[in-house]
Design a binder for this molecule. Structure first.
Ligand code: ADP
Ligand code: MG
Length: 333
C-alpha cells in the first residue's frame, strides 16, 4: 500500500485514507480508500472495509464554467448529484452512497467500492459477451433503472464506463460459451468457443455516476417537477418521455456488449449525430450472424427512435429474451 501523503487531496480529507487512484472522469478522480478507525465516522469501518472516493476539484469546476453544457459546472450541480445518489442508493444494483465531505478545494463523494471496475474493461478484455453474460449484465442494469424510474429519476448517462461490477469466481459450464444460448439443441455452434466465455468473473453489476441525473417526477404528487400550467405542449411531451432516454442508453449498452462495438459511430460528430437522430444502425455481418433473433428484437425495441414506441422499463423487464433461461447462473428469472 502506498505511503500516506501521496495524494494532495489527502490533506483535506481526515476520515478516510486514500490508497490508490482507480478511475478518472472529466471532472473527477476516483480513489480506493479506507475509513479510518480513529475517525468520528469509524462505524463505517465495520460496514465498509474499502470505499471508492470520487474527488471533484473545485478549481477544475470554476475553470470549466464557461462551457455551459458541461457536466458539472457548479456547487449546486455537485450537491444535486449527491442528493440524487442518496435518494437512489437503496437498490441492490445501484452503487451505495456512503458519505459526502466538502473541503476548501474539493468535494469528496464516498461510495461503496466495486472491485471489478467498469463493465467497459470487460468488453475490452473479452471483445464481446456471450448472450448469457449479456443478459446477466443487462438485467441488473434494467433493475437499477427500474428503481430510479420508479422514483421519477432519470440517469441520463448510461454507458459501459458507468456500469461497475463485483468480480466473482465462477467456473462456467461448457454450454454457456456457445452463442446460440436460446437454442441449446443447436448443433451448428457446438464446440465453437467464443470470447465472453462463461463471463469469467462478472458477479453483481451496479449503476454508478449520477452527475447527469435528474428528477423528472415528484413521487409524492406523481406530477412533473416545475410549473405545469403554462408549459408548451412539446415540453410536456418531452417530460412525459424523458425517462425513455435511459431505455435508449440500455439499448446502446446491450448492442455493444453483444457484438463488441457500439450501434452508432462516426469520426465526424455531425455525421454521428445525424445517424443517431435517424436511428440509423444495422446488425453488422458477420458479427451479428450468430446472435439470436430474441436478442435482436430486444435491441430493436430499445433503439426505437420514437420514445412512445420504445420499450419502457416495465416492457423491457418483461421481454422474452431478457427472461429466458440464464445458463450463467443456472436459473430462470
Ligand atoms: P465522472 O462523473 O467523472 O464520469 P464517475 O462517477 O463515473 O465520474 O467515476 C469515474 C470512474 O471511476 C468510473 O468510470 C469508474 O472507473 C471509477 N469508479 C467510480 N466509482 C467507483 C466505485 N464505486 N467503485 C469502483 N470504481 C469506481
Ligand atoms: Mg462516469
Amino acid at each position: 500500500e502506498d505511503p500516506e501523503g501521496d495524494f494532495v487531496e489527502q490533506l483535506e480529507l481526515q476520515d478516510y485514507k486514500l490508497i490508490s487512484k482507480i478511475g478518472e472522469g472529466a471532472f473527477s478522480k476516483v480513489y480506493r480508500g479506507v475509513p479510518r478507525t480513529e475517525s468520528s465516522k469509524s462505524f463505517l469501518f465495520k460496514t465498509f472495509k474499502q470505499v471508492a472516493i470520487k474527488v471533484i476539484n473545485k478549481k477544475h469546476l470554476t475553470s470549466s464554467q464557461k462551457d455551459s453544457k458541461s457536466k458539472a459546472t457548479s456547487r449546486e450541480q455537485v450537491l444535486k448529484e449527491v442528493a440524487i445518489h442518496r435518494t437512489v442508493s437503496a437498490s441492490e444494483n445501484v452503487v451505495s452512497f456512503v458519505d459526502f465531505h466538502e473541503s476548501p478545494s474539493y468535494y469528496f463523494i464516498v461510495q461503496e467500492l466495486l472491485a471489478g471496475g467498469e463493465i467497459f474493461g470487460e468488453i475490452v478484455r473479452l471483445t464481446y459477451f456471450s448472450e448469457d453474460l449479456s443478459r446477466h449484465v443487462i438485467r441488473q442494469l434494467a433493475l437499477a433503472v427500474k428503481h430510479m424510474h420508479s422514483l421519477g429519476i432519470v440517469h441520463r448517462d448510461i454507458k459501459p464506463e458507468n456500469l461497475l461490477f463485483e468480480p466473482v469466481d465462477f467456473e462456467p459450464s461448457p454450454k454457456p460459451m456457445l452463442r446460440k444460448s436460446d437454442d441449446p439443441k443447436s448443433k451448428q455452434d457446438e464446440g465453437v468457443f467464443k470470447p465472453g466465455v462463461g463471463g469469467g468473473g462478472v458477479g453483481i453489476v451496479k449503476l454508478a455516476d449520477f452527475g447527469l441525473s435528474k428528477q423528472i417526477y415528484s413521487t409524492n404528487t406523481k406530477t412533473p417537477c416545475g410549473t405545469v400550467g403554462y408549459t408548451a405542449p412539446e415540453v410536456v411531451k418531452d417530460e412525459r418521455y424523458s425517462l425513455q432516454v435511459d431505455m435508449w442508453g440500455i439499448g446502446c449498452v446491450l448492442y455493444t456488449i453483444l457484438c463488441g462495438f457500439p450501434p452508432f459511430y462516426d469520426e465526424k460528430i455531425d455525421v454521428l449525430t445525424e445517424k443517431i437522430s435517424r436511428g440509423e444502425y444495422i446488425f453488422l455481418r458477420p458479427w451479428w450472424d450468430e446472435i439470436s433473433e430474441g436478442a435482436k428484437h430486444a435491441v430493436r425495441k430499445l433503439l426505437e427512435v420514437d420514445p412512445s414506441k420504445r420499450y419502457n422499463i416495465d416492457e423491457f423487464l418483461a421481454d422474452p429474451w431478457l427472461n429466458s433461461y440464464d445458463c450463467l447462473r443456472g436459473q430462470a428469472l
